[in-house]
Design a protein around this ligand. Structure first.
Ligand code: AMP
Ligand code: TRP
Length: 331
């Protein structure tokens, strides 16, 4: 079975775009792959965090992942900082990464070119920790958003470099970026991606924890067009196409089949059907989320996940340390 690995930056504000573009897929993958999913809490502190808020977000994030169907019996789910080998291998990887490579990372370049003061050295070197997160499990596939692709490529480059220098140490991972079509757009501005930084009073973004009536209202007031015809045409009808995409993703009905049903129906009916589908999905997730918060599932998932992850990670760290000459056998 191939291994698929994903690191998730915690945010209590997961939204429908995250669900359709990422979470839902992890749940589907867990039958065909060994899924390794961890909450990247060390990556969070590369920028300043409020400790209480961070702690709440970690719990919320894991609860939502479980609520969306990630199964701790099938997948290995853990907190990054519980498996200390990540940070140790991260240092070793940092010693095999050139400054020039880190200087080229877009995320760092963007922030420093905007003149952001007080960027931490952890923010600068975090791609080496991310490479460690991936290589320590010999991941075959790493599904990430477009912005993280460059970091997975760095992991590949360092893996190849270290394999050449010391002999086979790491599997060279493949990056999986979402297919076109896996972009859910803002409901208030369908030319922009649905995102938590939506400034438009959050009208464009449906959060997984939105009250159902609020979610329904956002869909009923989604921006469409004046063409009065339900067609999938992203260029000329981005709003309607986005609604079709959401409906199709949540119900598995092909877009063609939906548009056929809507030949003589208007946008109002389409919005109502989308709102019903979204509310049904949110309702399921939210009731599971409440159950999970009240149960001990978060704690048991994390301790079992860390146990399983440590076995894999510690073995890989030991191999690497031996191969690069760090270890002295004591028995
Ligand atoms: P982010 O919330 O931007 O850190 O993204 C986390 C994951 O959700 C990534 O895998 C993204 O590709 C996915 N994602 C975020 N926003 C959207 C969106 N509007 N449509 C589809 N997928 C998304
Ligand atoms: N850096 C990623 C982000 O900001 C999260 C992440 C950390 C990650 N380690 C990873 C993603 C390993 C994939 C694989 O979203």
């Amino acid at each position: 079975m191939k291994t698929m690995l994903s690191g998730v930056k915690p945010s209590g504000q997961l939204h429908l775009g995250n669900y359709i573009g990422a979470l839902r897929n992890f749940v589907a993958y867990q039958d065909d792959y060994q899924m390794i999913v961890f909450i990247a809490n060390l990556h969070c502190i590369t920028v300043p965090q409020d400790p209480i808020e961070l702690h709440t977000n970690l719990r919320d994030c894991i609860a939502l992942y479980l609520a969306c169907g990630l199964d701790p019996k099938k997948s290995i789910i853990f907190l990054q900082s519980d498996v200390m080998a990540h940070a140790q291998l991260g240092f070793i990887i940092g010693c095999h990464t050139y400054l020039g490579e880190l200087n080229r990372m877009t995320q760092f370049k963007d922030k420093s070119s905007k003149g952001e003061q007080n960027l931490s050295s952890g923010f600068y070197t975090y791609p080496t920790l991310m490479a460690s997160d991936i290589l320590i499990y010999d991941a075959d596939f790493v599904p990430v958003g477009e912005d993280q692709k460059q970091h997975v490529e760095l992991a590949r480059d360092v893996a190849i470099r270290m394999n050449n220098r010391y002999g086979p140490l790491f599997k060279v991972p493949e990056c999986l970026t979402a297919k076109v079509g896996a972009r859910i757009m803002s409901l208030s501005d369908p030319l922009k991606k649905m995102s938590k930084s939506d400034r438009d009073g959050d009208k464009g973004c449906i959060y997984l924890l939105d009250p159902l009536d609020k979610a329904r209202k956002k869909i009923m007031s989604a921006v469409t067009d004046s063409l009065a015809s339900v067609r999938f045409d992203k260029e000329n009808q981005p709003g309607v196409s986005n609604l079709l995409q959401i409906l199709s993703a949540l119900t598995s009905e092909p877009i063609d089949s939906i548009t056929n049903r809507y030949q003589s129906l208007g946008y109002g009916s389409l919005k109502k059907e989308v709102a019903d589908a979204v509310c049904a999905t949110l309702e399921k997730i939210q009731s599971r989320y409440k159950e999970i918060l009240a149960s001990g599932l978060i704690e048991s998932t994390l301790s079992d996940g860390a146990y399983r992850a440590k076995i894999l990670a510690n073995a890989k760290l030991k191999l690497v340390q031996e191969k690069i000459g760090l270890e002295i056998e004591t028995q």
